[in-house]
Design a protein around this ligand. Sequence first.
Ligand code: ADP
Ligand code: MG
Length: 698
Amino acid sequence: MFDLTTRDIKYLSGVGPQKATVLNKELEIFSLHDLLYYFPYKYVDRSRIYYIHEIDGNMPYIQLKGTILGFETIGEGRARRLIAHFSDRTGVVDLVWFQGIKYITGKYKLHQEYIIFGKPTVFNGRINVAHPDIDDPSSLSLSTMGMQPYYNTTEKMKRSFLNSHALEKMMASVVQLLQQPLPETLPPHIIAEHHLMPLTEALKNIHFPVNPELLRKAQYRLKFEELFYVQLNILRYAKDRQQKYRGYVFETVGDVFNTFYERNLPFQLTGAQKRVLKEIRRDVGSGKQMNRLLQGDVGSGKTLVALMSMLIALDNGFQACMMAPTEILANQHFETIKELLFGMDIRVELLTGSIKGKKREAIHDGLLTKDIKILIGTHAVLEDTVNFSSLGLVVIDEQHRFGVAQRARLWSKNVQPPHILVMTATPIPRTLAMTLYGDLDVSVIDELPPGRKPISTIHQFDNRRESLYKFVSKEVEKGHQVYIVYPLIKESEKIDIKNLEEGYEHICAEFPGYKVCKVHGKMKAAEKDAQMQLFVAGEAQIMVATTVIEVGVNVPNASVMIIENAERFGLSQLHQLRGRVGRGAEQSYCVLVTSYKLAEDTRKRLEIMVRTNDGFEIAEADLKLRGPGDLEGTQQSGIAFDLKIADLARDSQLLQYVREIAQAVVDRDPTGQLPENEILWRQLKSLRKTHVNWAAIS
Ligand code: ADP
Ligand code: MG
């Protein structure tokens, strides 16, 4: 059989061992098959040249033909850039470079004709093209170029002469081989029913589209297939799991739950909390193992739902455990839960990395004798030395810090896997939740407890500090507390800490009458806790911090969140930070401080923050603005987004459509026996072999 997977890339004409190594390392392309599935990220109709007077800032990539009138370097330091004034006699545009300035001025000559290619944008009323491709007109034969594919490349690739154009040439010789069609990867009944382009046609057209219509069909076919198999994998193996794992049955809601409900519960549950509790009760009573994702915006009262679910476990003779991503959070949960259970005879313990020696042994023992009913902790509870007598329910707070593998480790803590409730305050758009957590059921708390005033969000430029500080004073005089957050980027932690230290000193000087505390990630745990404690206890009025306070910290008296350099934060991060205030009954404020000059994307992010407090709306917007690859949390979740062509933000409808098709296949053919689906199961098996993460999903 014709099999491109066994043909090594190095034997392709023009490649050779050296370039092959670069392709192996940079793109994980080993075979001709791998190469063929490296798809262009865009296509450009390069048969057309535009005039400058025709273009505006809303156009896609375009070509212009003209000459450079002069070079100019402006700005200092990081803002330094090279501008070439480029004219075609119908107008002038600015070509802009932020890097490689020397190289550019040496390479391109004034008054010589070039074809430039790039995306026009408008800045300060002038049309800019940043980092354009520049070619000598004689080197391009435009009339034959048509829809030209563009491939992403890396710096290392470029240094080995593997630019987009080189990839295009390689692709052309592989596509030549496709005169003999490849084996189909979808069964005929699916292809026919959904009017899909055959595989070989689709692969030819995805690289070298004959026309836009065929390109569209090729993209549809390949996206369909990609999303379909992702879903089939999840549904097929989620199904397996459901059949394989029986769950402990929590039959009764008994004394513990009822006593709490009638005597200790300090307020009415919200409608959403009640609904979610019902969903959880249904799961844990069903005989199947529960795997439920509980989404609820910050402050929506997830902790209470978690606690009440744990009480049901206790009522049925089981222990429960709750895991948080950091020590501070685990601590806070521990305190909250002890307080809520006040007067009830339930032993709750805290287990974190810093609990050692005798104290730890006592906890280990208490878990085995079942004297401890509820354990709150960090990753520490996953350790093999931590064993329960009868663990029935695990609550995981802030899922995105825990991977799939860790979830699996929890399963082995009892004879049958315990029920699992995952809580997240980063609302994940439905489309993404389906793909990421295909085997989880989803509950949503979409209602805040009554009496909360919506947080008022303000965007302010950093030249208006005086009025900002007046405002801070006013709030502190009212007895409220204030957070001031500085960004932290991984690449330059040193600089960021410096920013924070400077900020801290500045704030101390600005507010000599108040106590200011500070927290950052590089502090020792004990020191960090001590500083946090100052703020929690109300001894410090202002806390200067990096994003370590992002998750879960609860200080209801804090009414102002100031985010410095807000342009450097992602949307969901901003939303998380904002959620630290607005937890009490007072009006709260979030102030986003930025410099005056903002990129279009950044301005959009800030506008969304100012407009809405709705975490789901923000999560959807974030997905659209940044794409799922960047979405916070997905990276750590253990399920990589190695989608080659589909885009979860743009193709969410298709995702839903193929999910139904995959579900129908699994319903009709649950054990993978039907001959008509033979191709499907074979293909799925081979995908599970090559995609390491796929097997981990189930
Ligand atoms: P989350 O973990 O979802 O961010 P929390 O569980 O920390 O939210 O709840 C935020 C605050 O709201 C807590 O102080 C909690 O006591 C309070 N709370 C929770 N549920 C209710 C309710 N039904 N009515 C009033 N206050 C509530
Ligand atoms: Mg919480």
